[in-house]
Design a binder for this molecule. Structure first.
Ligand SMILES: C[S@@+](CC[C@H](N)C(=O)[O-])C[C@H]1O[C@@H](n2cnc3c(N)ncnc32)[C@H](O)[C@@H]1O
Length: 256
């Protein structure tokens, strides 16, 4: 997807038009078909980051454990973890039945090692039968779809569902309040994709809607890392960063 640019950081409460638009987009045939068409290219590009997330988890290769992937989509990130830890099990949560259907198909070779659950990250109604606590929780490209207030409460709810010592890692795009930093990010992205500027200027209405949905709740990195600490995580760090894409995370204290 295109690189982010300055976003509207206004926080929308669950059930607001912004949340409704996000849900409508991710539940639409048009968006799901667009997403699925780019899955293989995206998986190639993001494989190093998903692998780093796996490497950051403190398990031995053949440990048996269960992780939760929130906003899992077609399970591309989860697949990398399932491959890296062959005795692991995944619970994948998403609010789009269409994405869950595609994910269930894509994960068929992992039958018996995964289950999908329906969950709206913008609300707080976690599925009652979730097999928590989890040994780890990951999010990939999904947290930026919820409002800032909700990011804060979501982080706290993730902590509550982690086993003591369990890690949470998030791979996501972020925003910046500094226009010079923003321009530097865009400069690099435009050098790497010479068609990007023309594409930005000539988006179809569907592309414009997807873009608006992508950037709506992008938030500065410092704020999100602060929210993670405030939620009670320890070992909080930005474990990887390139331009506007980051992996940050931390763990639930072992004694809690
Ligand atoms: C950009 S895709 C990322 C999918 C996958 N995690 C990956 O990295 O390939 C965003 C995913 O988050 C899901 N999503 C967006 N908002 C959500 C919400 N409020 N609750 C649950 N899932 C959400 C979408 O349905 C979609 O599957």
């Amino acid at each position: 997807m295109d690189p982010p640019h300055p976003a509207d950081h206004g926080a929308a409460a669950p059930g607001t038009p912004a949340d409704d638009a996000n849900a409508a987009i991710w539940r639409s045939d048009e968006m799901v078909e667009h997403w699925v068409a780019g899955v293989d290219d995206r998986a190639r590009g993001r494989a190093p980051q998903w692998r780093l997330m796996a490497e950051l988890l403190p398990f031995a290769t053949h440990d048996t454990f269960t992780f939760l992937d929130l906003g899992a989509g077609t399970g591309a990130a989860a697949r990398v973890l399932l491959d890296f830890f062959p005795a692991s099990r995944a619970v994948l949560a998403d609010f789009s039945e269409r994405m869950i259907d595609e994910g269930t198909r894509a994960l068929a070779p992992y039958e018996g090692r995964f289950e999908f659950v329906t969950f709206d990250m913008a609300g707080g109604d976690w599925p009652p039968d979730l097999p928590a606590p989890f040994d780890a929780v990951v999010t990939s490209q999904s947290v930026h779809h919820v409002a800032d207030e909700r990011k804060r409460t979501l982080f706290a709810e993730i902590l509550d569902r982690l086993a003591p010592g369990g890690w949470y890692l998030n791979f996501d795009p972020v925003a910046t309040d500094d226009p010079l930093v923003e321009a530097a990010w865009r400069r690099v992205n435009d050098r790497r994709d010479p068609a990007a500027a023309a594409h930005r200027a000539h988006r179809t209405p569907e592309e414009a809607a997807r873009w608006e949905n992508h950037v709506r709740h992008l938030a500065p990195l410092d704020r999100q890392v602060g929210d993670l600490r405030a939620a009670g995580f320890e070992a909080v760090d930005v474990y990887w960063k390139q331009l506007d894409y980051v992996i940050y995370g931390g763990r639930r204290p072992a004694g809690r």
